[in-house]
Design a binder for this molecule. Structure first.
Ligand SMILES: [Zn+2]
Length: 346
């Protein structure tokens, strides 16, 4: 069986999977990421690929990495949660494996997977917004990933939404992801429990009894039970989400927003307030179609599936290109008649 291998490289784990042409994962494994050492992270990637490749024929290998990938899709310019700074990732992993790999930003890989096999299937203009530690995002225009001139388009988490607001990991203040992310949800709930512990009993119970013990899964569970404090937190984060999506619609006018990341597991508890805020904030509301706001379907596997599928597509394109080159005759007269023949058969 011929598989493509996709590797999702995050700040805490390397997850690799063997993916079929229809997007199904048939083998998967996880390693922790030695994030402080680029060389050891690259070795962990290579080890994971080698282990999977021992059991299957591998058509292509793709890496989806959490960070800024350059326009040549070879170098990691910067990664907030890994020690990569101008790291030639493609070259280093290829050296270890002795074969070609394709490198992509992790949010781009996830968006590609959702477009091919998940919630954005059938949409040519869509945007993925994933709420995790921060905001990961990707843009699809006309069915293709839009990467920007230098490869780093789609970072709306660092749009300033509050002048002189909360300090962000990027060094600026008031970035969107400080108000709308998994971390923001947890910060909101902890602050609420600190100020009004009497109203946060269920949140405290589900954690370890202290505000610091309240985690994302705790808030989601309490909200599903109908706990008013947890629902209020989702209301707040959802409102920030909807407002931000309206701003993005002002630039990109997509048909669909796919919301991913751990926070999206709350489903409509997050999306209902987001849709309401989106409709309130949208310029020209009432006189334009509303983009759909949907939950991602592939969950944490999206990065693996997207990286594998992008690598498969890229290796197929290279194969076609080489075949065309091989067929083209070298002699100028023959080449001219070949070109005329190709033209006629088009
Ligand atoms: Zn920022």
């Amino acid at each position: 069986m011929t598989l493509a291998i996709g590797v999702d490289v995050g700040g805490t784990k390397v997850a690799a999977g063997g993916v079929e042409e229809d997007g199904r994962i048939i083998a998967k494994l996880k390693r922790s990421t030695p994030a402080a050492s680029p060389a050891r992270t690259e070795q962990a990637i290579a080890d994971a690929v080698t282990e999977l490749a021992a059991s299957y024929r591998v058509a292509a290998i793709g890496l989806g990495a959490a960070g800024f990938v350059d326009s040549a899709r070879a170098t990691m310019l910067f990664a907030p949660n890994l020690a990569w700074r101008d790291e030639p990732l493609k070259h280093r992993v290829e050296e270890r494996l002795g074969r070609e790999v394709v490198v992509e930003n992790d949010a781009n890989a996830s968006a590609w997977a959702e477009a091919r096999f998940g919630a954005a299937r059938g949409y040519r203009d869509a945007m993925l917004v994933a709420l995790g530690t921060g905001i990961g995002a990707a843009i699809l225009i006309g069915g293709e990933l839009y990467r920007g001139r230098w490869g780093i388009a789609g970072e709306p988490g660092h749009i300033r939404v509050v002048p002189d607001g909360r300090l962000c990991g990027c060094g600026n203040r008031g970035c969107w992801e400080q108000y709308c992310s998994g971390n923001a949800l947890v910060a909101e709930a902890r602050e609420f429990a600190r100020r009004t512990p009497g109203a946060a009993v269920r949140l405290l119970q589900l954690g370890d009894g202290t505000p610091e013990g309240i985690s994302g899964p705790v808030i989601t569970r309490a909200a599903i039970e109908g706990d008013p404090a947890a629902l209020r937190c989702f209301q707040t984060i959802g409102s920030w989400l909807g407002q931000g999506l309206a701003d993005l619609a002002a630039i990109l006018d997509p048909a669909c927003f796919v919301i991913g990341g751990g926070v999206s597991e709350a489903g409509d508890l997050l999306l209902d307030p987001a849709r309401a805020a989106y409709e309130r904030a949208l310029t020209g509301r009432g006189h334009r179609p509303l983009a759909e706001i949907k939950v991602a379907e592939l969950g944490e596997d999206a990065g693996i599936v997207g990286a594998a599928d992008l690598a498969r597509a890229s290796s197929a394109a290279i194969f076609r290109q080489r075949r065309r080159r091989r067929r083209r005759p070298d002699h100028p007269a023959l080449a001219r008649s070949y070109a005329a023949r190709v033209w006629r058969t088009r």
